[in-house]
Design a protein. Structure first.
Length: 545
């Protein structure tokens, strides 16, 4: 809501006046390079400052910006940023669309060029009002052309959850709130299960209108497109919540939340192989981007489950047949080696190579497949990778592109251009257990009669049994034994370590099953799969579901 403030130019500076009372004096700081306004004399332009803004400039610029923003003058506040055209509509919507007023901004001590602050305000709409408070920060930079100190514009300056293209709004909510419940009817809340926050927002947006509830009055962030669910910030008047059934399991979800918190950056997903029901999804940290469902990374040797299936189908190996595992191998000019250059004795079986995660045993067999696209074909035709899964929320459904030469070889061991996330790897493990791809879902299909993805064929019973045998060996005495020691039931596993973008420590991957539950996890820079991701998977499997 604009205040009707006036601008008076006084000796090269301007004074913003609201209701006849001046609330600050500032230099004309706009930077034409970033969209801001402002003019300079010839003498001024010859003295353009460079380098980071000083403490006095940072204090003056941030103070001016805060006072203009708090007074409701979007134009004046935008002039103090390096992107006037981008900042003004967002700042204007703060009062006009979100109905936020009585704004008080309290800055904290600057840390370098960053200024943290708290915002306390009141949202008033249709005779209802409630306080709103939050914290954010801004950065003061040097204007590219003017050399003036300016606020480096980003929507997060206005609210930490505001993204590019999103808007703040207050009014009758677009959809009723929901009560999401797990498979047994237990309520799932953001407070108890933080990782479910983005998922619950999406479920409300997709299913709220048909959930049997009625809309309330709220302040929310409306996403730039349908892929970004609305984020509720404040409820002024409650409506009647609807009910949405999920396939999640509260016990498994609680275990997943605990497990990922042990690492700075980790994700895990659990799936029921017999039905495709997603039992748990957790991330640390929790952001609007759901890494467990939407991530894209090389999964390392966990993908050997799929590669092994392909080699078994082609009759190039058997679980108990001999398979060479030398220290290293050269394929079309690209050298591959095993961890710490280990090898296995002559006569060792393919199960031993799988359980010890021998890279060279897999690479040596590429020529025998006589088809560089063999792995991409089985990925799609059997494991359902890339078939546009309709889980009920936004997911990335994996990718194994067709490649040649050394890049194709790298795919055999989960490197190169293969892209997966924890959901994809949990599904691959589930398919290996049953022999048939069952598309994962987080809400029952009958909720909206959506068409689920279907693979074109299944694995043979013989290949399925051999895959399970090799995964059981990995959990019993192979690279997954330590992590899976505490897991009961019929169990199996596969470890993986993925080197991404030359990072010093590889990402830790692990996937495993126990009875009718499969789970997969990734821990960024976690090292060996059994050391970090393994315990995450084990904790979820022990919770059951």
């Amino acid at each position: 809501m604009r205040s009707g403030a006036k601008v008076a130019v006084v000796g090269g500076a301007f004074v913003l006046v609201a209701g006849g009372i001046g609330y600050g004096a500032y230099s004309v700081l706009g930077d034409s390079g970033g969209g801001g306004g402002g003019t300079q004399s010839a003498s001024e332009s010859s003295k353009v400052k460079t380098g980071p803004p000083g403490a006095e400039e940072i204090a003056e610029t941030s103070k001016g910006f805060f006072e203009a923003w708090a007074a409701g003058d979007a134009s004046a506040a935008a002039l103090l940023t390096n992107n006037e055209s981008g900042a003004e509509p967002v700042l204007a919507s703060y009062g006009e669309d979100a109905h936020i007023g009585k704004v008080k901004i309290t800055p904290g001590p600057a840390v370098g060029t960053k200024v943290p602050y708290t915002v306390k305000a009141t949202v008033a709409y249709d005779g209802k009002s409630k306080p709103l408070s939050y914290a954010s920060e801004l950065t003061v930079v040097r204007g590219l052309t003017t050399g003036k100190a300016l606020v480096d514009w980003s929507p997060t300056v206005v609210h930490p959850q505001l993204t590019e293209g999103a808007t703040l709004k207050t009014g009758e909510s677009s959809t009723p709130t929901i009560v999401a419940v797990d498979r047994n009817g237990t309520e799932l809340t953001k407070e108890k299960y933080p990782s479910l926050g983005p998922i619950l927002d999406t479920l409300r947006q997709k299913y709220g209108a048909t959930s049997g509830g009625s809309a309330g009055v709220e302040t929310w962030i409306e996403g730039a497109d349908e892929a970004q669910p609305d984020v509720n910030l404040l409820t002024l008047a409650k409506g009647k919540p609807g009910k949405v059934q999920t396939t999640l399991d509260a016990g498994a979800q609680a275990a997943a939340e605990r497990a990922v918190k042990k690492y700075a950056e980790a994700s895990v997903v659990a799936v029921k192989p017999s039905t495709g029901a997603i039992r748990a999804v957790a991330n640390n940290p929790v952001t609007e981007f759901n890494a467990a469902l939407q991530g894209k990374q090389a999964p390392g040797s966990t993908l050997k489950i799929m590669t092994a299936a392909m080699l078994l189908e082609k009759g190039l190996v058997t679980a108990n047949g001999a398979a060479e595992c030398p220290k290293d191998v050269l394929y079309q000019g690209t050298s591959f080696h095993n961890l710490k250059n280990f090898d296995l004795p002559d006569g060792s079986t393919f199960t031993q190579s799988f359980a010890r995660s021998c890279n060279t045993a897999f690479i040596k067999l590429i020529d025998d497949t006589k088809d560089d696209a063999a792995l991409p074909k089985i990925a799609k035709d059997v494991f359902g990778v890339g078939l546009d899964w309709k889980t009920g929320v936004v997911t990335t459904d994996g990718s194994v592109p067709e490649e040649v030469g050394g890049v194709a070889a790298a795919q055999y061991i989960g490197q190169g251009t293969v892209q997966m996330n924890a959901l994809n790897m949990a599904s691959i493990t589930a398919t290996a257990m049953t022999g048939t791809f069952t598309q994962p879902v987080i809400v029952p299909q009958h909720l909206d009669d959506r068409e689920l993805a279907r693979a074109s064929r299944s694995l043979s019973p013989s290949v399925t049994q051999q895959l399970k045998t090799m995964m059981r060996a990995t959990a019993a005495w192979g690279t997954g034994a330590k992590a899976m020691a505490s897991v009961g039931g019929d169990k199996g596993a596969k470890t993986g370590s993925a080197e991404v973008d030359g990072q010093e420590t590889s990402n830790s991957w692990f996937t495993g099953f126990s009875n009718d539950l499969a789970a997969a996890a990734v821990v960024q820079t976690g090292g060996h799969g059994g050391d970090a991701a393994g315990p995450v998977v084990a904790e979820v499997l022990k919770a059951g579901g």
